[in-house]
Design a protein around this ligand. Sequence first.
Ligand code: HEC
Length: 123
Amino acid sequence: MKIIFFAVLFLFFLQVNLQANDFISAKEYSKMLYENPRGIGCNKCHGANGEMQILGHYEKKGKRTAFVVPSIQNLGFEEFKKSLNETKEASSIMPSYSLTENEILVLYNYIQEKTKEQNNAKQ
Ligand code: HEC
């Protein structure tokens, strides 16, 4: 009986210890990466949740035209990864990043998570 008690106690402290060692949660890490990815934060152009953004307006042939940043909420992982790895066209304002495959996956999952949260909040 005593052994079981101490075993449970030991497991309890082990768990407390493991939690204490987890400085930041996976979610905190992905938010950090999204807002500070060794370069200008994704959120500056794609907003907090990756939804479509209008960054501003400009005149084009006398017409007021919106500068639209497309939504990145409904992409498949391969598309998402491709556009982060490809060399951008000169006309693109999106910077090129040197992110690892794992970082791209973290960012992708973060956007998926934020999209879900946003959709749930709307219901
Ligand atoms: C300075 C603004 C800016 C920043 C910062 C930025 N983007 Fe973009 N992003 C754009 C624009 C504008 C597009 C539209 C395509 C283009 O112009 O290249 C785009 C396109 C994309 C696409 C492709 C969308 C599609 O439909 O194919 C993905 C994925 C993406 N961005 C993810 C990110 C991630 C992740 C980050 C941060 C690591 C980031 N972007 C940072 C402006 C930005």
